[in-house]
Design a protein around this ligand. Sequence first.
Ligand code: SF4
Length: 117
Amino acid sequence: MATSRRQFLERSLGVFAFSVLATSSFGLAARSAFAAKKEKAAGANEVPADDAVASAIGYVPDASKVDAKANPTFKKGQNCSSCALFTKSNEGWGKCQMIQSGLVHSNGWCRSYNKKA
Ligand code: SF4
């Protein structure tokens, strides 16, 4: 009986220690991912909303919000990351050969979209 109780306590302690370790590891990973995302967003000089070129070519940072009636050339699935004029800078952002004032979002779109070969 004493052995059984001892085994139970040892196993419980092992499960508890594993839980604490797993929880703290997950927390550190989540915090690191958040910090990295924040750094990328902060480091990204996004195209200003009033950029004349971006406005002229109808750039939007989220292709899912393109007005398909006003932009009949738009096809679902098109976005900056698959455009020949896009060069990835970091996760979620890149340089566009058309817009020089800042980075465009990889999920963005404009009427100058040109599918990568
Ligand atoms: S030209 Fe291409 S990369 Fe530039 S904003 Fe338009 S879709 Fe995005």
